[in-house]
Write a protein that binds this ligand. Structure first.
Ligand code: TXA
Ligand code: MG
Length: 347
């Protein structure tokens, strides 16, 4: 299959017609959202949804998020919407917040991996919204990467992983947020964050009061079974070994520099992912900047692209400086710790 790339220059969205046609025909279209690129198919077409799993090499037990363009689409997918969910929708949709509801029978098992719940969100991106509207169906879409690879934040990342395996890639430029949406389970009495993302716990609390972090999200406890099936897989990972380093800034820099020198002696290709502020403290060829440590939004927007850059460099070891788990920093550190698979150095 040849993959056609459609470049969209806002505000002209006319290029989306043929891609929407492809969705209606049961085909696969990668498209930009405000978080990461998604790999979309008609959520009500079980065969189309199965082909998402094949293209990504995704395990069948990992359910998909359904993307909607308006509330009437949501209402058809779920059995009911509790008042707290309505409040969150009013506050944060369209936006990087996925809500879990009990599903209506119309939703195929392939989407929910057999669960009695369905995850739904309304993306805050003109291209995504228009694609859903023109398709006139809800669009199931996981991140548009091969399973296990970092989520794509540029169209070229999607092409790297999926060219030849899908019909269309819509290039809408870089994704603004850069990490995937917050997944919030609205079926438990106290809503639970199953995956931290662009909408922070305090933003949720402001609207509905108490919210809790699912045990699978807190710390890096690999023994707790996450409620969100996707969180159990090693994820987002570059090919090299990721080591997260946390502590006083000068200790962190010293520790990493020692490691790099040692690696160099052993002919191991190692890379540091660090803040703009610390960049000059490492050898120029060894270090990549994730932006300012004081600007977690910037770090979020850069982190997955940097993971892919490490692969291009051929990094065998990747040392990453931890950032505070505040605001979207919680989501960034969740992804970094997953990529590290437990290799966390606390100095
Ligand atoms: O920002 C995003 O959410 C992006 C863009 C494309 O919208 N999508 C995305 O999809 O990250 P994906 O498939 O890579 O991650 C979906 C996560 C997985 O961890 C999955 O297990 C969880 O949502 N999930 C989906 N349905 C669920 C359900 N019914 N119950 C619990 N977790 C669910
Ligand atoms: Mg994903």
């Amino acid at each position: 299959m040849t993959t056609k790339i459609i470049k969209i220059e806002l505000p002209d969205l006319s290029g989306l017609y043929e891609a929407a046609e492809e969705i209606r025909r049961g085909g696969l279209v990668a498209f930009p959202t405000e978080t990461v690129y998604g790999l979309g198919a008609n959520a009500l077409d079980a065969e189309a949804v199965q082909s998402i799993f094949r293209a990504k090499g995704r395990p069948n037990d990992n359910p998909l998020i359904v993307h909607v363009a308006d509330i009437s689409m949501l209402e058809k997918l779920v059995t009911g919407i509790r008042p707290e969910a309505r409040k969150l929708i009013a506050a944060y949709w369209p936006g990087p917040l996925t809500l879990i509801f009990y599903r209506a029978p119309i939703v195929p098992d392939e989407v929910t991996a057999g669960l009695d719940t369905v995850a739904v969100r309304m993306p805050d991106h003109p291209v995504a919204l228009e694609l859903i509207k023109k398709s006139n169906v809800p669009v199931a879409a996981p991140s548009a990467n091969r399973s296990g690879r970092p989520s794509p934040t540029l169209a070229c990342h999607v092409a790297e992983d999926l060219a030849g395996r899908i019909a269309y890639i819509i290039d809408g430029g870089p994704c603004r947020v850069g990490v995937e949406s917050t997944v919030l389970d609205m079926t438990s009495e106290v809503p639970a964050i199953l995956r931290p993302g662009g909408i922070t716990p305090s933003m949720i609390e402001k609207v509905i009061g108490t919210v809790r972090l699912d045990e699978g999200v807190i710390g890096n406890n690999c023994t707790v079974k996450p409620k969100s099936p996707g969180m159990k897989y090693t994820h987002y990972a570059p090919k090299g070994e990721v080591i997260v380093v946390s502590g006083m800034p000068e200790d962190v820099v010293r520790w990493i520099n020692q490691k790099i020198q040692q690696d160099e002696k052993e002919c191991i290709c190692s890379v540091v992912i660090t803040s703009q502020e610390h960049l000059s403290q490492y050898g120029a060829k060894d270090a990549l900047s994730f932006g300012s440590v004081h600007n977690p939004d910037e770090v979020a927007a850069n982190i997955f692209r940097l993971f892919r850059e490490c692969d291009h460099i051929g990094a065998e070891k990747i040392y990453i400086e931890a950032i505070p788990k505040e605001g979207i920093g919680l989501a960034v550190m969740n992804r970094i710790e997953k990529a590290a698979g437990g290799r966390i150095i606390q100095l």
